[in-house]
Ligand binder design. Structure first.
Ligand SMILES: [Zn+2]
Length: 618
């Protein structure tokens, strides 16, 4: 993989790669832009062409081309590697070429099929009836084209013949989900007649989508993986209203958020996603200017979808139909979100209207409703108290049940407490009675919390003083070869030791890379986390923004002196920590009346206090 990364980096220029996503302006030796990862009015996002990295002085994110694509597309490293390898024309070594070739063929077929359906819509049979319907629903040409809507004409083998003629084999076409395998028990009039293009196998299959409006479903990068097909209005509406692609090797419904490829950058910018029910809702909202909209396609949110959303934002606004099916889906989705630390707002709407209707009738009002979405608990509180009569015993029970069902999923105890109080007040019952009920509800819902992947143990909130000092020390080593070398000497003499993986890697590889940052970075390029950390600390120590928002180098007059000052502070912190620990042990010893331990601990504390005083004098 090491060679792959280097080869890709040598073939791509960071300015070109990032330039495809954001507008870069030349600023001195560097480039700058408005940061795509946080909202800002003046640019603090810098691209250093010489060193081929980027850094935002606003949100402190930084990295190389891979980190940028990961962040921008919300994908894992592997995926970013593939994307950039393709762009650079690099064949990845650790790749199964046959599997990848197969995948490419599948994508090719789906792309061709999508174009075929588009042509049928604009130039073929779909021209009048389907376009009229879509326009009646308020969509304009531009939107219809943007979302690549199409039409599958009636007939059993339009698609099949079209693809066979282009040289694709029946088996590989079948893998895309575009065909249905013939079932022996089918009446003979449903059997497609043999076609000259079909080989022996051809008789076994026919087109899945016939006389339907086609909504292509893409992955985050816009590659079509499957379709939803709506029955043509006015045709045989006794058939299923919607027919979907089956699960295939590439299309997994539970992992798709419809519209994400067009919504992702706006989701990041707005820091929330508007979640709607159907494809039409997404398309109409998009046309109404609310571009951070995606759909779950008819079902409640899945764990996979939540994981995907979390790459872009931790805030969801839900806009589901509020019929009873919609309400159930909402509740289930809300619980999943809460259990995954996602904050939820609910957009409420008049009975019987969906986002698509509203976008068509009054786009401004839609935007207002989205902006005025209620925090989820407030929404359910109002709704539940409105629905039942709190003076009736039976209703009281229902209110309690419905609300505790959601409260039990709140992660924050303070918040939980707040809502217990409110419900107790609203119903005129005691909080303790509700707390008991809450325990029952929590047990019932346990599966939500356990089903999700464990949150990585990333620490939230500000870092400790000690962590900050470690960053300082390592940062100084990264920008100064001299300091790096001296630190290694000190470590060899046992004068310094830091519990930090980057520090340790620098000690280990220092001599090998001749204490040079760039060489070191190449050496650790396989360890993404470590190299990101190194680059980030390097940039933070090396550059800052001047008054004109230009990146300028920080001049450190005497980095070694600075390093030593930090070291002393570090020691001081360690001593303080030791003293704290002794203080705790001392309290425990007092509780136990353990005189011997007390004596020992007091001596220790005295000794360390003296050492601390000595450091303070320096
Ligand atoms: Zn930023």
């Amino acid at each position: 993989m090491n060679n792959d990364i280097e080869e890709i980096k040598s073939k791509l220029n960071i300015v070109d790669v990032l330039g495809e996503y954001i507008k870069l302006d030349k600023a001195g030796a560097n480039w700058r832009a408005l940061c795509p990862f946080h909202n800002e009015k003046s640019p603090s996002f810098m691209v250093n062409e010489e060193k081929q990295f980027w850094h935002c002085f606003g949100c402190q994110k930084s990295g190389d081309i891979f980190a940028f694509v990961m962040e921008m597309e919300g994908v894992e490293f592997r995926e970013a590697l593939k994307t950039l390898a393709e762009k650079a024309g690099v064949k990845l070594q650790s790749y199964n070429p046959q599997k990848s070739e197969e995948k490419n063929r599948t994508l090719e077929i789906l792309e061709l099929a999508t174009k075929f359906y588009e042509v049928q819509l604009w130039k073929g049979d779909g021209k009048e009836k389907i376009l009229k319907y879509l326009k009646d629903r308020g969509l304009n040409d531009e939107t219809i084209k943007e979302f690549r809507l199409g039409y599958a004409p009636s007939g059993w083998k339009n698609m099949l013949s079209f693809l066979l003629k282009r040289g694709y084999g029946i088996e590989e076409i079948a893998k895309t989900g575009l065909l249905v395998q013939k079932n022996n028990s089918q009446p003979s009039d449903l059997t497609p007649s043999p076609s000259p293009y079909q080989g022996e196998g051809g008789n076994r299959f026919y087109d899945r989508f016939r006389d339907r409006i086609i909504f292509p479903i893409s992955d985050y990068s816009g590659k079509v993986l499957g379709y939803t097909a709506r029955v043509t209005p006015g045709s045989d509406e006794s058939q299923a209203k919607y027919v979907n692609s089956p699960e295939t090797e590439m299309y997994h419904k539970s992992r798709i958020l419809y519209g994400l490829d067009r919504a992702k950058s706006e989701i990041k910018k707005q820091d929330f996603v508007l979640l709607v029910e159907g494809q039409m809702d997404v398309i109409a909202s998009h046309q109404a200017g609310i571009k951070n909209t995606v759909a779950v396609s008819g079902t409640a949110l899945t764990q996979d979808q939540i994981t995907i959303i979390k790459r872009y934002t931790k805030n969801i606004r839900m806009f589901f139909d509020m019929d009873s099916a919609g309400e159930n889906a909402t509740k289930k989705s809300v619980k999943m979100c809460l259990a995954n630390s996602i904050s939820v707002h609910i957009v409420s709407l008049e009975q019987g209207k969906d986002a698509a209707d509203m976008a068509k009738e009054n786009p401004k009002k839609l935007a207002e409703n989205v902006a005025g979405a209620l925090p989820v608990m407030e929404y359910f509180f109002q709704k539940t108290f409105g629905k039942f009569d709190k003076n009736k015993v039976e209703d009281k029970k229902k209110i309690t049940e419905e609300l505790l069902d959601i409260i039990s999923n709140l992660e924050n105890e303070v918040e939980k407490n707040h809502w217990i109080k409110k419900v107790a007040q609203g119903l005129g019952v005691s909080e303790s009675a509700l707390t008991d009920e809450l325990k029952k509800a929590s047990l019932k819902d346990k599966n939500y919390k356990d089903s999700g992947p464990k949150e990585e143990s990333k620490k939230i909130g500000p870092i400790t003083k000690k962590e900050m000092l470690i960053q300082e020390l390592v940062g100084l080593m990264l920008v100064s070869s001299f300091v790096w070398k001296k630190a290694l000497e000190e470590a060899k003499n046992g004068k310094i030791s830091l519990r930090d993986n980057l520090f340790e890697a620098m000690l280990e590889k220092g001599e090998k890379v001749n204490f040079n940052f760039d060489t070191f970075l190449n050496e650790i390029v396989d360890d993404r986390e470590l190299s990101e950390k190194a680059r980030k600390l390097f940039v933070q120590k090396k550059y800052q923004l001047d008054l004109n928002n230009n990146q300028e180098e920080i001049i450190i007059e005497d980095p070694w002196k600075e390093f030593q000052t930090c070291e002393r502070e570090m020691e001081r912190e360690s001593k303080k920590e030791e003293l704290n620990k002794i203080g705790n042990d001392l309290r425990l010893a007092e509780e136990r009346n353990d005189e011997e331990a007390k004596k020992f601990l007091l001596e220790q504390s005295d000794k360390i206090s003296k050492e601390l005083a000595k450091i303070m004098e320096l």
